[in-house]
Design a protein. Structure first.
Lengths: 230, 348
């Protein structure tokens, strides 16, 4: 169908629940012919809309690649993506859901480190005295690199992490981490402390539109509807 | 003049000064760059993975490749070399080309530093004769004077090192100066909270490792910080001295006079002789020769004399040549010994 609108919704986790709620509040009933695990669905009474459930990171890539017209994902994931991807996506609405912060965390026993300026100093000590780089484990290499550099920490190397970043300092794979946290309790439970000025980015649930679909009138109406009631 | 001819003429001029031509590889291991310039340099390099999984990159700079050659071939003693070719670097500014054509020349491993500095500038001036221009400026700076000034200031050692490390990053350096002026860097409430943890750590074996650092190391740094805090009042004075130092700019024959006046006024125990500078005449080859204390901040690896030549050609001012001394570069790339190095490059 030529005027089919494709919408991406996170397939699991808190973001998924929040997005489903937004649809409910707007009296849009999501239906899946094969039950809850179905990864393709539609909206009752709207034939020209297809709902696709996929990973929040993939939603961003598919928006930029024009396979989705509208999608819901986290601001952190958008900002972490490459510049050509970001250039093809417009954030249409930020919701007060899925709020979390990307932070720099260190082992609580690093009592000599208060601020990023301290970390900068320790990073140079690693380079000069140990002839090593301070290692930072993260799922967000781009945002981390940029933030560290802006705070004067130029001597470090990134260790890419996919999950359980919090344990990296205690398994010998890094000294420091950056990770997304909403309450800080997982960090604290893993003996990590957020550096005073180590706040990289505040993230929240966003409705994003592919720039190539911005002119579509039907999509505009739907996007507006979904950004008034939530 | 066509680019090829121009480049050949410059090469000929350099060769006539006794430099030896060398070929440099176009592709190097990315690790060298990241180890030296830090993770953020990845933003600028074109890198890729080879069949063995090693990350390689196109050379972002010819100087680094030439220094790697000196290091990897275990060369010793003095070498006068020159090379030409393209360097490849990503640019945030769309107008900038990602390919830079360069002709570079260097003196490596020689201890006759003052004369070598002069020779590099003179070679640049000779090669410059191949370019058409009506007037221009030769700007000379010296990172060493800044280092000496910092060593004489009344601030904690940690802060001295920090200022030296970031001299070459204009914006961040200004942030540092602002921070130096304002609040002290230790928050008493937090220190109180950490006191308990501190006492706990004291009871443990100092060689115990926590996430790559020993307890002894953590405690030592904590103690140094507590005993040597930065005080806002002194910071303000020091910051003002640094700011006014960085404003000094004058014809080269006044450089020593201006600097000594500045040191005397600020009660800093330093004296500079005019012979310290590689040139004392205010005009060479249609160029005005200027001294500037803030010049030399563009590249991290400069360690002493720095210079650049801007020429006016067809009513446009263009930077055509830049260079300086980088004694720390070869050891940063992995040499156990410090190898003196000075060089310059023409951007075509």
């Amino acid at each position: 169908m030529k005027d089919l609108i494709k919408i991406g919704i996170p397939s699991k986790g808190r973001l998924r629940k929040d997005v489903l709620n937004i649809f409910k509040k707007n009296k849009l009933k999501l239906i899946s012919s094969r039950g809850d695990r179905d990864l393709i669905g539609s909206i009752k009474g709207k034939q020209n809309i297809e709902i696709i459930y996929l990973h929040a990171r993939e939603i961003i890539e598919q928006l930029a690649g024009k396979s989705l017209d509208l999608g819901f994902s986290g601001l952190d994931l958008l900002k972490e993506s490459e510049i050509n991807i970001q250039n093809n996506i417009k954030v249409f609405k930020k919701y007060p859901y899925g709020q979390a912060t990307l932070v720099v965390a260190i082992p609580t026993d690093f009592i000599d480190i208060f601020s990023m300026a301290d970390l900068e100093e320790v990073a140079f000590e690693f380079k000069d005295k140990k002839k090593k780089r301070l290692r930072v484990a993260t799922k967000y290499p781009n945002l981390t690199r940029e933030f560290f550099y802006s705070k004067g920490v130029t001597q470090f190397s990134i260790v890419k992490s996919i999950g359980s970043t919090e344990i990296a300092p205690y398994t010998g794979s890094s000294e420091v981490i950056t990770d997304i946290t909403s309450t800080g309790s997982t960090l604290a439970a893993n003996n990590l402390r957020i550096i005073n000025d180590g706040y990289i980015l505040k993230s929240e649930l966003c409705m994003m539109v592919a720039k190539s679909s911005l002119q579509n009138k039907k999509l505009q109406r739907l996007a507006k509807l979904l950004s008034t009631k939530y | 003049m066509k680019l090829k001819n121009l480049s050949e003429n410059i090469l000929r001029s350099v060769k006539s000064k006794g430099f030896k031509y060398i070929d440099l590889p176009s592709v190097i291991e990315a690790d060298h760059i990241v180890q030296r310039s830090g993770e953020n340099f990845r933003k600028f390099i074109f890198s890729f993975i080879d069949q063995n999984g090693s990350e390689l990159c196109l050379r972002p700079d010819l100087t680094i490749v030439s220094c790697l050659r000196y290091l990897e071939n275990n060369l010793r003693g003095k070498e006068k070399i020159f090379y030409s070719g393209q360097a490849y670097r990503k640019s945030q500014n769309k107008k900038n080309s990602i390919i830079r054509n360069q002709v570079g020349f260097e003196i490596l491993g020689s201890k006759d530093e003052k004369n070598d500095d002069k020779e590099i500038i003179n070679t640049s001036l000779k090669a410059l004769k191949n370019l058409k221009y009506t007037s221009g400026t030769l700007t000379i700076g010296n990172v060493e004077i800044f280092k000496l000034l910092i060593s004489k200031l009344e601030i904690p050692a940690r802060w001295k090192l920090r200022l030296l490390r970031h001299f070459w990053r204009d914006d961040y350096f200004n942030d540092l100066l602002s921070r130096l002026e304002t609040n002290a860097d230790i928050d008493p409430t937090e220190v109180a909270v950490d006191k308990k943890r501190y006492l706990n750590l004291l009871k443990k074996d100092p060689s115990t490792m926590i996430a790559g650092r020993s307890i002894g190391e953590i405690l030592k740094r904590f103690d140094t910080k507590m005993k040597d805090p930065r005080r806002a009042s002194k910071g303000k004075k020091v910051s003002a001295i640094i700011r006014s130092f960085l404003k000094i700019k004058c014809p080269i024959n006044n450089a020593a006079k201006e600097l000594n006046k500045f040191f005397k006024k600020n009660k800093i125990n330093l004296v500079v002789d005019q012979k310290y500078f590689p040139i004392s005449s205010n005009k060479v080859s249609k160029l005005n020769v200027m001294f500037s204390t803030s010049f030399g901040r563009q590249l991290e690896y400069y360690s002493g004399m720095v210079f650049k030549i801007d020429i006016k050609s067809n009513s446009k001012i263009v930077n055509c040549c830049a260079g300086g001394r980088y004694d720390g570069l070869i050891s940063d790339l992995g040499s156990k010994k410090q190898v003196p190095a000075v060089g310059a490059a023409f951007n075509l």
